[in-house]
Design a protein around this ligand. Structure first.
Ligand code: HEM
Length: 395
């Protein structure tokens, strides 16, 4: 049986992880992997193992509980005190504070605004022959939306892009620390400004919760804003771009969608499954020693889930390597599972739907400007996304 785990996160792996998963999943559904950094981790590749990890409360998120002597608030950035990196009951308290802003009803009310933003972006592309789809369209839409929702000035978005890229890509630890420091100082200043002039936005609401005293600490306030900015920056851009790429490389499915625009919601689910933006879950840690999927887990062990591999598991999805936008009731886990299930899922679905619909209506003859093999994937430990994606608008 091939132990190919040392390839994981190599450039070659990022170019086509699905072939790799196909080979490893049946033999090693849940296995120990040595990462390029030398760190050992358990990794779930099958759907069954992935779902089991995400739902098992013995795999916890809060490193401070597993390594209390080494990990403290002082040596961890505030994002580690946000809902994504803590466990119940703190998790519930933190999620409740922002959940009201992300319900399907609240998000549906944003539809008109998301459409306006998408139309402005296509307007800027008109008349050009070739554009980098990520820079011109897939990236600006979700950024502008999340900035408006939180109440962050749009002019600062280029800084966010740099900071959040550094946080999720494999990069120099020094760059990482510097970016995190700048990001924190920026948010502290923004919070001070908003305190003086509160507005009708999520940040002003959260500041009120922090000022009330017992609901949210200052550190948690900075943490949740960082989380929302990073989640809003790094994910939906890749639903839009990976989604368009998948459609362009499957002309029959693209044609079907153009002829039946009502298939869009189903298509979005299939694009999330087929080439989803979040390839790996964030870190989990074993809070105790126990046997899991036939393996001996020791207290403190590190675990991650390959959401992308789970979503291509033939045990759950027939013909998983096939893009089929008519697939019904897909149980994909592109938004995760369990208590940390993506808070932004309704927003991401809306943005993906609006963005692809308006693009295909405006530029029905859009095509890739480079061959697929020339596309370069980002070397991220979480995100599956392209560095650039040049397209011909053929308008
Ligand atoms: C959590 C995927 C868009 C906010 C997650 C998780 C996944 C995910 C897989 C769980 C990670 C884990 O358990 O380790 C996605 C995908 C998106 C997307 C595929 C786009 C297509 C967004 C957007 C926002 C957002 C637009 C924000 C506005 C969050 C938050 C959490 C989260 C706050 C943490 C939830 C918690 O810990 O309770 N997302 N996300 N996401 N996502 Fe998303």
């Amino acid at each position: 049986m091939p132990q190919k785990t040392d390839e994981i996160f190599s450039q070659q792996f990022h170019q086509n992880p699905y072939d790799y998963y196909k080979e490893i999943r049946p033999h090693q559904p849940f296995t120990k992997v040595k990462l390029i950094s030398g760190m050992e981790t358990w990794m779930a590749f099958s759907y069954e193992a992935s779902e089991a990890v995400l739902k098992d409360p013995r795999f916890i998120k809060d490193m401070r509980k597993v390594y209390p002597d080494e990990v403290t608030d002082e040596n961890m950035p505030p994002i580690m005190s946000s809902m994504l990196f803590v466990d119940p009951p703190d998790h519930r308290r933190l999620r409740n504070l922002v959940q009201y802003g992300f319900t399907p009803q609240k998000i549906n009310a944003l539809k008109g605004r998301v459409e306006e933003i998408a139309l402005e972006q296509v307007e800027r592309m008109k008349g050009k022959e070739t554009v980098d789809f990520i820079e011109a369209y897939a990236f600006p839409i979700p950024i502008r939306v999340i900035c408006e929702l939180i109440g962050v000035p749009e002019k600062d978005q280029m800084d966010f892009q740099r900071w959040s890229h550094v946080l999720v890509d494999v990069m120099d630890p020094e760059d990482h620390e510097e970016a995190m420091g700048e990001f924190i100082v920026y948010l502290e200043n923004l919070i001070e400004q908003k305190k003086l002039t509160p507005q009708a936005d999520l940040l002003s609401d959260l500041i009120r919760a922090e000022e009330d005293g017992d609901k949210l600490s200052k550190r948690e306030l900075i943490g949740v804003i960082m989380l929302l900015i990073v989640a809003g920056h790094e994910t939906t851009v890749n639903l839009i771009a990976n989604g368009l790429l998948a459609l362009l490389s499957h002309p029959d499915q693209l044609q079907l969608l153009k002829e039946n625009p009502d298939l869009m919601p189903q298509a979005i689910e299939e694009l999330l499954r087929y080439n989803g933006p979040v390839e790996f879950s964030t870190d989990r840690w074993a809070s105790e020693s126990f046997t899991f999927m036939g393996q001996e887990i020791a207290k403190g062990d590190h675990v991650i889930v390959s959401l992308a591999s789970a979503d291509h598991d033939p045990q759950v999805f027939s013909n998983p390597e096939r893009l089929d936008i008519t697939r019904e009731k897909s149980p994909h886990i592109a938004f995760g599972k369990g208590v940390h299930y993506c808070l932004g899922a309704p927003l991401a679905r809306l943005e993906g739907d609006v963005a692809l619909r308006i693009l295909l209506q405006t530029f029905p003859k859009v095509s890739l400007a480079v061959s697929e093999s020339e596309l370069e994937w980002r070397q991220s430990i979480i995100i599956r996304g392209l560095k650039t994606m040049f397209i011909n608008l053929n308008n």
